[in-house]
Design a binder for this molecule. Sequence first.
Ligand SMILES: O=C(O)[C@H](O)[C@@H](O)[C@H](O)[C@H](O)COP(=O)(O)O
Length: 266
Amino acid sequence: MATAQPNLYSFPSTDALAGQLRSYVLRCQNAALARHNIFRIAVSGGSLPTVLARALLAPSNGSPEDTPQFDKWHIFFADERAVPLDNEDSNYFLLKAELLSKIPAELGAPTVYPIDEKHVHDDDTQELADHYQEDLMRSFAAKDSVKLPVFDLILLGCGPDGHTCSLFPGHELLREKDAWVAAETNSPKPPPKRITLTLPVVISAVKIAFVATGAGKQDILKAIFDSEEGRSLPSALVNQGAGEKVSWFTDHSAVAGVAFPRRGSL
Ligand SMILES: O=C(O)[C@H](O)[C@@H](O)[C@H](O)[C@H](O)COP(=O)(O)O
């Protein structure tokens, strides 16, 4: 278990947040490209793709450090709903609409790993999870499922109940130790059938960032950062497991009343 604390950033507006998120993601990109010439990232659904698009589609200052090299990006889904890829509930559909379809050609095209659409209607959602895990194994060139994939960056949201990815409070899935990708068939947030990266995979990433904005997040952020009772919430488990590797990008209204120390810039 990590000991150092996560970083909590708070910004006056979503625009200010997006500017700092851009710097953060591009630092992660540049470090990953220096390490292995590829940038493996996993993204969630919810409000995240919109903020991410605002961050990444903003004009570059012209320096190589401030330029997304999308042709080196491999984009996975931290969680995905068991629906066809052209369904409005699909996280792939959302990311495509908000970001992928708007990337200027000169920035290159990322390699994107959607779920296998053939299995979205299977009775057993585990099939869908297993196929996605196999895709991950191929991409991370793992020989067996003992080793965990190490994403360069995982971008997450936090639900008003403290869930993240499709890891929900009190669900058995939080105890998963071996699988990389798991099935959730009873999500309290619709649609009920989903797949998700497991907690061990999330906390193994090089960097993990949450984006949480708006007054609707106040109570849950207080619980996650300031209370003992909140320690078992999925988002809090990521903080405990990954410590200083975790950065929270919030706005002032989301953290109003949170006592945990926060910073105004990277
Ligand atoms: O597909 C999903 O449902 C998400 O991946 C989910 O984990 C989301 O990130 C949170 O519910 C926060 O959503 P908001 O950012 O919209 O509050």
